[in-house]
Each structure stands twice: as structure tokens, then as C-alpha cells.
Design a binder for this molecule. Structure first.
Ligand code: MD3
Ligand code: FE
Length: 243
């Protein structure tokens, strides 16, 4: 499908829509009984090995937010410090066997919350199935994430260009879910200095990348103030990873 994706340049190759098959029983027609994401949402190719499914989570957004709220009651969102002592502007929690954390002891995956020693709550089964399904839709094989980092951005929060390199198996893709306020995502190269392209990540978007794009620098610009009907002024981002 032809779609203007990048904000500055328009050199993205186009992907295509994949027709939903109902073999799994997860049909859109189940909506109301057993809601599912829209797995046949417009699929836009961002790069060689990165795909964006626009607004695919809209049918399940409220459920996702309720589950995020329930997780945050047990392991609350916290602004963490980088090993260098800088307070990160996004607040974070996790679910799954492992969670990504950072403090004076470094960036790492941990089976428990460092402050309380509490284990992370299990990843909801549906989240796991959906992340796996989007990975398949993007052409990556079976993906079984064991960690889900949940980032919460308030107006003014952002994330500088960085690489995700704390995972032991860099051949696994990463799947990300965006909910709430939109943000400008920065898609960089393989060196921090390389210029980054920019595109919007909006409510309900799913981004899947791996392979040759796995080690790209990426980040998000500071959130602008925005009133979203179901997340207030926040943006939430879930990243499913294999630690
Ligand atoms: C492309 N989060 O938690 S998600 C992170 O919106 C992180 O909260 C951002 O970067 C957020 O580490 C971006 C999308 C994303 C994540 C990692 C990538 C895209 C990526 C790694 C390589 C290439
Ligand atoms: Fe990242």
C-alpha cells in the first residue's frame, strides 16, 4: 500500500495488506466475544526488516490499558536512572519472566524488581499470542518473548537515540505496541552520528523489526501535550523482547 510514512523523506518501500485468515479462530468477527487486534491492518514497510501495522490495536486498546493498570498496581511505573546517574524521563514497569531495568548496577534484564525484590507479573497470555502473531505477520518466525517492557511517557518525556543491546539473542525480533498520545519516532542508522528518519507512532500502532534492522539506533522525540480519549495525556509503549 502506498502511504506517506516518513515525515522528512519519502523513500520507504511499500508493503502490502495481508488478508486475515480465520483458521486460528481469532477472527475480527469475534469482536465483542473475544476481541483481537486487527491482524490485517495496513502493513507499511519501514525498512528492510521492519514493519508497521497501523492502528492494529484499536479493537483491544481499552483491554490493554486495563491490564497495564493492573500490572502497575503491583509493580508501579518508576523513572529509573541510567548507570551514569541520569534520570530517564519515561516511567517504566515490566511483565514477563524478565524485565528490563537500569540503575547504578547497569542496564540489564532482571527476574525481579530491584527495589522490592518482587517478581514481575506474568505476561498476559493474550499479549504473548498477539506479539507472536505480529512477528509472524511481519515475516519473522516463531517469536516467544520472555520480557515486556512497559514505557509510560508524559508530556515532555522522550528517549534519546540508543540501541537495544542487552538481549542475549540478537537474532530475535522485537515487537512494540503504541497506545495513546502520538510521538515522533526516530529511526537511525547503525552509528549514533548517522542521521535519523522520522515518522509518527500513533495510538494502536504495532512496529516489528529484527534481522538487519535489529541494531539500529532509535528513539522518540519529546511528547507534545495531547489529550487522548482513553490515555489522558500519556503515551504507553510495550516492547516484547527475548531477554
Ligand atoms: C527499532 N522504546 O524501550 S519502541 C525502548 O516508543 C524503546 O518507547 C521506544 O526504544 C518507545 O527501548 C521505541 C520501537 C522500537 C524499539 C526498539 C528498536 C524500535 C526499534 C530497535 C531497533 C530498531
Ligand atoms: Fe529501544
Amino acid at each position: 500500500m502506498q502511504q506517506d510514512l516518513f515525515l522528512q523523506q519519502d523513500d520507504a518501500s511499500s508493503g502490502g495488506c495481508s488478508p486475515e485468515d480465520c483458521a486460528s479462530g481469532d477472527c475480527a468477527s469475534d469482536e465483542g466475544i473475544n476481541k483481537t487486534p486487527d491482524f490485517s491492518a495496513p502493513k507499511v514497510q519501514v525498512s528492510d526488516a521492519a514493519w508497521l501495522f497501523k492502528a492494529a490495536l484499536k479493537p483491544v486498546a481499552l483491554d490493554l490499558l486495563q491490564q497495564i493498570e493492573a500490572i502497575a498496581k503491583v509493580t508501579p511505573f518508576r523513572q529509573r536512572r541510567t548507570p551514569g546517574g541520569q534520570l530517564m524521563s519515561a516511567a517504566m514497569t515490566n511483565c514477563g519472566r524478565c524485565g528490563w531495568v537500569t540503575d547504578q548496577d547497569g542496564y540489564r534484564y532482571s527476574e525481579s524488581e530491584p527495589e522490592t525484590g518482587e517478581n514481575w507479573l506474568a505476561m498476559p497470555d493474550q499479549w504473548l499470542r498477539w506479539a507472536t502473531r505480529f512477528s509472524e505477520q511481519a515475516g519473522f518466525g516463531a517469536f516467544v518473548p520472555d520480557a515486556c517492557l512497559i514505557n509510560r511517557y508524559a508530556p515532555g518525556a522522550g528517549m534519546g537515540l540508543h540501541q537495544d543491546r542487552d538481549e542475549s539473542d540478537l537474532s530475535a525480533p522485537i515487537v512494540s505496541f503504541s497506545l495513546g498520545a502520538p510521538v515522533i519516532f526516530r529511526w537511525g542508522g547503525f552509528k549514533r552520528q548517522e542521521s535519523a528518519r522520522e515518522f509518527l507512532l500513533e495510538h494502536g500502532d504495532v512496529l516489528v523489526w529484527g534481522g538487519t534492522d535489529r541494531m539500529r539506533f532509535h528513539g522518540v522525540k519529546k511528547l507534545q501535550r495531547y489529550q487522548h480519549p482513553i490515555t489522558d495525556h500519556f503515551r504507553y509503549n510495550l516492547t516484547f523482547r527475548r531477554s
